[in-house]
Ligand binder design. Structure first.
Ligand code: ADP
Length: 171
């Protein structure tokens, strides 16, 4: 069973085997954590994302899926890009949000990443209520890492006090 840590801060500054990006399906960059990762990680990440678009994901990466690239200049080995669902008051998309965490861990396991850092997927521009996002994140990661010694540490890197408080309360 992996240790789950909550840390306030910026995911681009984290040393970890893999950091997870809350990307969009274009894989070509965006705002929020995605923008920060590409800005600080440099052009190598975008080059690999472009290559993925040209090969496996011509129509974009579907919501709830995950794919890895280099981490470029970041202090991590890989960036795992996943596409969170946009929050909808009319439709329950929590299965898609859980899938982001599950699929990211599956990719991390394949890579042999032992420490993985996650942001609070979908809780920024995509509008997911952070308390609920925290609950889904923690429940899914617990479920996926229970009885599994593939991971040493799963770290949630929480940008701003609201996300940190929500994850602390959910844990
Ligand atoms: P989404 O489109 O999935 O909502 P965002 O990047 O807008 O993605 O937001 C996801 C979460 O990441 C939000 O809680 C936001 O505050 C947070 N965030 C933004 N920048 C960073 C960063 N540099 N490190 C960690 N988390 C970040």
């Amino acid at each position: 069973m992996a240790t789950i840590h909550l840390v306030p801060g910026d995911i681009t500054e984290q040393s970890a085997d893999a950091i997870v990006n809350a990307a969009n399906s274009s894989l070509l960059g965006g705002g929020g954590v995605d923008g920060a990762i590409h800005r600080k990680g440099g052009p190598e990440i975008l080059a690999e994302c472009r290559a993925l678009r040209a090969s496996r994901y011509g129509e974009g990466l579907p919501t709830g899926r995950a794919v890895a690239t280099t981490a470029g200049r970041l202090p991590a080995r890989w960036v795992i890009h996943t596409v969170g669902p946009v929050w909808s008051p009319a439709e329950d998309r929590s299965g898609q949000l859980a899938s982001c965490y599950r699929e990211s861990l599956r990719v991390a396991r394949e890579l042999g990443a032992r420490t993985v850092a996650f942001p609070a997927i979908s809780t920024g521009v995509y509008g997911w209520p952070v308390d609920d996002g925290a609950r889904i994140a923690l429940a899914t990661v617990r479920e996926e890492t229970e009885g599994d010694d593939a991971f040493e540490e799963i770290r949630f890197v929480l940008f701003g006090p609201q996300a940190y408080d929500a994850f602390t309360a959910a844990l």
